[in-house]
Design a protein around this ligand. Structure first.
Ligand SMILES: [Zn+2]
Length: 767
């Protein structure tokens, strides 16, 4: 469990919080194996015996004052009695994890029913829809003539998507441990259910009524005994052609051509089946939904015409219209999934507008991931699938964050499902060791923290989760030994209590800033703002934040001068020269404004790609997010010798460095770029055993998604993809490369806005 605050020293009171201009919050990665300093928790058992405060329900921890019969809560100060059991336990020093560390992970007893159903179940839902794309200007006659050719073309596209889906599922079968159950379903205008227990896979088809949901029963297969048969069932997957649909769905020609992807109904039926209604209670159920276009048939169909309409009307904020969901259907379906304990991962393999803005809820609220692959050629889908399933994960998680009484939680950000009843309790159906959440804080009242008392601002995170453990790893309680299951479940309670210092003045706040965590909170804020008010508003919010911070900092460091109440300074320290901790922020803000997350629709950012980035960025831990926003550019003399570990992202930096090889890590993409003047004797691409390759392989291993690797030879290959990352000479508003230097003129603009801001508000700031 890693916890990183935006500022290590908290503001003393609301006035100071307001005056510093830095967001006050933390990022939290609950299932990370270690804390932010690389220290693991102290493991133990008896989580149910841990004493809790009778006033605030916080757990007993190392920061609590304890005497023989009682303990004082480190969060609210209440004195609680100790039970005779606890007195006996705590009589021996260092006998209990909770007295040894403020970071503990304790086993909880399992319910009887949990032990019986220790098998995780995975269901793949594969899109077989063969949709004919057509332009409404074609007449029906032309269409019918074209259909043969179109159909061949579309079929070949769909086959490629299907091939990719099959490879991904074969990778999944490899990653899934023995003991898991696997089911295969397909959807188009009908739902297909596979039974692979016999020698030949049998598929049962259920036609989807356009306006209702039927009942499903499916056969779930044991992964270890049926792997080959599941694989051969995958081989039989083929697209559903429109000819078949004409007869089967009994529709007119127009209807057929408009498609038939009954995704909503298929998902609803699957969730219903996996839920308790059928008496199935699995340890964990996970659905992999493969989509090759927007749902356009039956319940949950999406109208994709809004994309075309917006594209045509330039001038207004197109994203404001395209970012919200067009129907609550998938949000409601997510609630059903959460209720049933089913996690849904969506893999969209398409370059067609699919309206992920409406679909995303199904995955992010159920703890699943949203993947978008806009082309089948260089798709990393099978690798992503394999890695996702080979990582350890926690499920059925409940997360609760508590604070000491002087402050409270403000916003909570991340992919969780809020408890309908209890405040600050969050449900996470499934999460891996990367999944990160963020919170910001507010003062509970005007008083703030007492500067003289011994009390420190305190934060306690309780994370209850279940994990699947292979049986060769002995369970602490040893309770599952009687049953010959290959897996057992463990319910655990992980608790972390943190104490912080308060800053004595504003300079101490600035010196304790963690710019990566500040960026995380900012990214959450701008995503929220763009969803509510459009991308333009999100950009304005971010720019104003930087102007405000710069103004506050210049005021705190007495750089702003006033004569008879009027501002006389015209040049400010926009580079934060007196505070190293703040120095990365202007570059990060500039880079975020140049990121497709916040670039305008008119610059060609596809709305589905923007949604994909929003979902990806809002779950990344701060260092990964920083890499994604401001890529790392390093240079090499040879593939085996690094020249400089870091350059600014500018063409000028490239030219002045004189190095022949550059390596750019943009988190989702890795680029090796050989300059056009590189010695022809240098091997291209870099050989497998060199330092550069080792670096690349290590990065690929450590990352939550498989980055795309690109090799470019300057002067021979098209270098656009690399050059686009050299943002510092680009205009922040996206009008291309300008004669004025991009980042430099951005700072000038910030300076101008600071002058304006301080001239307007100089009276207020100086109080
Ligand atoms: Zn308490």
């Amino acid at each position: 469990m890693a916890v990183r605050p935006t500022i290590a020293r908290f503001p003393g009171d609301p006035r100071e919080q307001e005056a510093c201009g830095v967001p006050w919050g933390v990022t939290l990665t609950p299932f990370a194996a270690k804390d932010e300093n690389g220290i693991p928790p102290v493991y133990g058992s008896g989580g149910e015996l841990l004493p809790r405060c009778e006033n605030c329900w916080a757990y007993y921890n190392t920061y609590c004052e304890q005497d023989q019969w009682s303990w004082d809560c480190s969060l609210c100060g209440t004195t609680n009695g100790l039970s005779s059991e606890s007195i006996a336990r705590y009589a021996l020093p260092d006998s209990c994890p909770e007295n040894m560390s403020s970071f503990i992970d304790l086993e909880l007893p399992l319910e009887e029913s949990d032990e019986m159903q220790a098998r995780p179940v995975y269901v793949a839902a594969v899109d077989l829809t063969c949709k004919i794309l057509f332009n409404s200007l074609y007449s029906l006659k032309t269409l019918l003539q074209l259909e043969r050719n179109l159909q061949d073309f579309v079929l070949s596209l769909i086959r490629r998507v299907l091939e990719l889906t099959k490879s991904a599922l074969l990778a999944a079968l490899e990653a899934l441990g023995p003991g898991s159950l696997f089911g295969l379903a397909t959807f188009s205008h009908k739902i297909g259910l596979y039974d692979v227990q016999g020698p030949i896979p049998v598929v049962k088809n259920v036609f989807i009524p356009p306006d209702s949901v039927g009942n499903l029963t499916m056969e779930l297969e044991d992964v270890d005994t049926c792997k080959d048969r599941i694989a051969s069932a995958l081989e039989t997957l083929k697209p559903t052609t429109s000819w078949e649909r004409t007869t089967a769905a009994g529709q007119g020609v127009d209807g057929v051509l408009l498609g038939g992807r009954g995704f909503g109904v298929a998902m609803e039926a699957l969730l219903k089946y996996l839920g308790s209604e059928y008496g199935n209670t699995y340890a964990l159920a996970r659905v992999f939904a493969f989509l090759s276009g927007p749902p356009d048939y039956g319940l949950g169909q999406l109208d994709t015409r809004r994309y075309g309409e917006q594209y045509a009307s330039k001038g207004e904020d197109a994203d404001r219209a395209l970012l919200p969901e067009q129907t609550p259907f998938y949000k409601d379906l997510a609630a059903v999934a959460v209720q049933a304990g089913v996690c849904v991962d969506i893999f969209a393999v398409t370059n067609e507008y699919t309206d992920l803005a409406s679909l995303k809820f199904l995955s992010i609220e159920s703890g699943g991931s949203l993947f978008l692959y806009s082309n089948t050629d260089d798709s990393t889908l099978p690798q992503d699938m394999y890695r996702m399933l080979s990582r350890p994960y926690a499920f059925n998680c409940v997360l609760r964050v508590r604070t000491s009484t002087e402050f409270k939680l403000g916003h909570s950000y991340g992919h969780f499902f809020p408890d309908p009843e209890y405040e600050n309790v969050q449900h996470i159906i499934c999460c891996d060791s990367f999944a990160t959440y963020a919170y910001d804080f507010d003062f509970a009242n005007d008083v703030g923290f007492s500067r003289h008392s011994r009390e420190h601002p305190t934060l306690q995170i309780a994370f209850q989760y279940t994990e699947v453990v292979p049986l060769d790893e002995p369970s602490v309680s040893g309770s599952s030994s009687s049953k010959r299951a290959k897996y057992s479940l463990r319910r655990r309670l992980r608790i972390r209590t943190l104490q912080f210092e308060t800053a004595r003045n504003i300079n101490e706040i600035y010196d304790s800033v963690d710019p990566e965590v500040v960026l995380s909170i900012l990214v959450h804020e701008v995503i929220l703002s763009s969803l509510e008010n459009g991308v333009r508003e999100g950009r304005i919010l971010l720019h104003e934040w930087l102007v405000n911070l710069t103004a506050q900092y210049n005021d705190a460091f007495k750089i702003a001068e006033y004569t008879r109440g009027s501002l006389t300074t015209s040049h400010f320290d926009v580079a934060f020269t007196q505070c190293p901790q703040l120095q990365p922020l202007p570059r990060l803000v500039f880079a975020l404004l140049r990121n497709p997350l916040l670039r305008f629709h008119e610059e060609g950012v596809h709305p589905d790609y923007r949604i994909y980035l929003q979902c990806l960025f809002s779950a990344l831990e701060p260092s990964s997010l920083t890499r994604a926003v401001y890529p790392l550019l390093a240079s090499y003399d040879t593939p085996d010798k690094q020249a400089f570990p870091r350059h600014s992202l500018s063409r000028a930096a490239l030219i002045t460095s004189g190095s022949p090889i550059f390596f750019l890590d943009a988190f989702t993409t890795l680029i090796v770029f050989y300059s056009s003047t590189a010695d022809a004797a240098l091997p291209f691409p870099p050989p497998q055993d060199c330092l550069l390759r080792t670096t690349i392989n290590k990065l690929k291993q450590e990352r939550i998604i498989t980055p795309k690797l690109i090799f470019i030879r300057g002067g021979q290959d098209d270098a656009t993809v690399f050059e686009n990352y050299l943002i510092e000479e680009q205009d922040v508003e996206g009008s291309g490369f300008t004669s004025v230097m991009g980042f430099v003129s951005f700072l000038d603009e910030v300076n101008r806005d600071v002058v304006e801001y301080l001239s307007k508000s100089n009276g207020d700031l100086r109080k």
